[in-house]
Design a binder for this molecule. Sequence first.
Ligand SMILES: Cc1cc2nc3c(=O)[nH]c(=O)nc-3n(C[C@H](O)[C@H](O)[C@H](O)COP(=O)(O)O)c2cc1C
Length: 341
Amino acid sequence: MQDVTDASFWALVQERGGADVYWTEYTRVHACSRPAREIVESILNNQTGRPVVVQMMGNDPEALVRTARSLEALPVAAIELNLGCPAPVVYRKCAGGGLLRDPERLDKILGRLRDTVSLPLSLKTRLGFDSETHFDTLLAIYARHRPDLVVVHARTVLQGYRLPVRYDLIRRAVERLPCPVLANGHIQEPAQALSILAQTGARGCMIGRAAIRNPWIFQQIRRVQAGLPVYYPTGREVLRYIEQLWTAYATPGHPERLQTQRVKLFMNFLGEGLGPQAEQFLYFIRRVQTRLEFFDVCRRFLEHDEPLHLVPTAGKAVEAAPSAPSAQRFCENVLTGSPAP
Ligand SMILES: Cc1cc2nc3c(=O)[nH]c(=O)nc-3n(C[C@H](O)[C@H](O)[C@H](O)COP(=O)(O)O)c2cc1C
């Protein structure tokens, strides 16, 4: 996720149990681009011991091939093409989600990447641009180019982040693609993750915003898979996570207002998980301007030892299914690297 999933964030997640695999944000690719410096640094500074997938976004086949070749020199487990970014400034230029309405160009890009990339090739797709009507056509194009992994964010591009998420169509992707599929979209808690894995047959799930709100979520999923009770962090543990976010993201020397703004970005996600206090927390935290004010609000809401579920109140939980395949197996089978502990 842009401005979030860098080496510092991966380390904070890893400290709390960790994901099996980490993703970079996308690096924008065009005729004269180079891989973004911050992304390369994150890959080189990855302290998690887990594999990293690097993501590219662009629409120029030769520039994508050139970029993929230079990314292959880095310690990454796979190279991914973004086929889902919903930002109008991106899709109007026929990149990200915009490529889903240009199947010919998509076909050409995938052909060139498949011919030249020797590391595993991953695609992160939505269901279509403005409807899911052509999802089968997209799946046929993907299948023809034999990607090593496909991540399905089960919404259309124009849907943005609105519900519903069509998990049933992830199942379709699993049935039609000759490679593992990861389920993505609105996965908020462990029981729901397992239910979606069972429902879709996906090899694993990709978790975005819920990992910002609740970096314990990967550990929680593993515990539920193992039949153990879910571990919920206390208010003080969440406070500690926020202190670490401050240390990692409030650049020393920057004006305090900007430092505060940077860390407040994370609070927009985290605050939603504070149950009945979410609204009040977000009201106050969005108004703070200084470090003192920031931590004053955080302490007011989080200096306690009660467990927190860190799920948005409107979030819809679904029942757990006992026989869900392990997300960990995805990593063992698809990417290089040893199994997660
Ligand atoms: C702040 C933010 C930045 C994102 N940046 C990227 C990105 O760089 N590449 C990408 O494939 N998806 C990106 N996404 C989309 C997420 O990867 C994910 O597909 C989406 O949020 C749905 O999953 P979730 O409900 O688990 O968050 C971003 C999402 C957010 C909220």
